[in-house]
Write a protein that binds this ligand. Structure first.
Ligand code: HSE
Length: 328
């Protein structure tokens, strides 16, 4: 008998969406064997379908993300559009009992209902790719550290600003460094989202929601970004053996404090190891003590890795394979 099919719909086919589609295409035999279910991409919704028609044979390409989210024939919706309207699509997907996988930090971090679902560990909402690409920090907070009391969390969560600051340390001028980050595919379509600190603030809001188990929205984060004036600060810091990084922090002090701002870091600070597109996250918790995650935090294939992992988690939640018995 042919194995059942889980149908995947993809919203957005830019750097991340396209990398996910080709990673699923390349790995679907292997993943299907492991899950006992065929995982098949059946639809893609994009703003300009004509540019994407021939991307993958047999996949319907159209421009109606809302109908894809509402389509009862789609079991897992992977959302990589960056569109703020995505929050309503994601809510709709979960409400009809399908699974939502999203890399869209701004949409999630602006929506209290989605954050509430994350805080409650909703099994049909997954967003590893929304924070630090494949660095497994969302799942670590959600599952591995779920029994813990988190004291504080610090991170370099925006690859674009780290890339720019690293270029400045190597002598580049600010505008050239921004252009190089765009060219490398790290920056958001509107670079001001990275430079203003809003991207890092959205990621911090998602991590704080998981760590402190209550919805923390993007607007609760005191946020300051970087501009051309940072060049002199970077040079002076370099002269003293220090580094400037855009640091996202959450800590308990008369309630939960949340801040994103450029900071001068001592060379011994684990966050100072962030170079180019590397993200670093450091967590202090009651039992585990200090923990640090380090790795590439942006880019198509890096984020596609996180989306694939989330599709597997979502598929298992839907088909219940994780409840299989272990032989005695
Ligand atoms: N623009 C984001 C960054 C992409 O630079 O970190 C990954 O979320």
């Amino acid at each position: 008998m042919a194995p059942p099919v889980l149908r995947v719909g993809l919203i957005g086919n830019g750097t991340v969406g396209a990398a996910f589609a080709s990673a699923l295409d390349a790995n679907h035999e292997r993943l299907s064997q492991r899950l006992g279910v065929r995982v098949r991409l059946v639809q893609i919704a994009v703003r300009t379908p004509d540019r994407h028609r021939d991307v993958l044979p047999g996949v319907r390409v159209h421009d109606d993300a809302e109908s894809l989210a509402n389509d009862g024939g789609i079991d897992v919706v992977v959302e990589a559009s960056g569109d703020l309207a995505a929050s309503q699509w994601l809510r709709r997907v979960i409400a009809r009992g399908a699974a939502a996988v999203s890399a869209n930090k701004l949409a999630i971090a602006s929506d209290r209902a989605l954050l509430d679902a994350l805080a409650r560990r909703h099994p049909l909402l997954h967003c590893e790719g929304a924070v630090a690409a494949a660095l497994p920090i969302v799942r670590a907070l959600r599952d591995s550290l779920d029994g813990e009391e988190i004291h504080d969390l610090r991170g370099v969560l925006n690859g674009t600003t780290t890339f720019i600051l690293t270029q400045l340390e190597r002598g580049a001028c600010f505008d050239d460094a921004v252009a190089a980050a765009q060219e490398a595919g790290y920056a958001e379509s509107d670079t001001s989202t990275d430079l203003s600190g809003r991207d890092a603030a959205a990621k911090l809001a998602i991590l704080a929601t998981l760590a402190w188990r209550r919805p923390v929205t993007l607007d609760e984060v005191a946020t300051r970004g970087i501009d051309g004036n940072i060049v002199d600060v970077v040079r002076v810091a370099c002269d003293h053996g220090s580094r400037v990084r855009l640091v996202a922090e959450a800590w308990e002090e008369d309630g939960l404090q949340l801040r994103v701002a450029p900071k001068i870091l001592d060379a011994a600070d684990p966050l100072a190891r962030a170079e180019d597109v590397i993200n670093v996250v450091a967590v202090q918790s009651a039992l585990a003590g200090p923990l640090t995650w380090y790795g590439a935090g942006a880019g198509g294939t890096r984020t596609a890795s996180a989306l694939l992992g989330d599709v597997l988690a979502a598929s298992r939640a839907l088909v219940g394979t994780h409840t299989g018995r272990i032989a005695a």
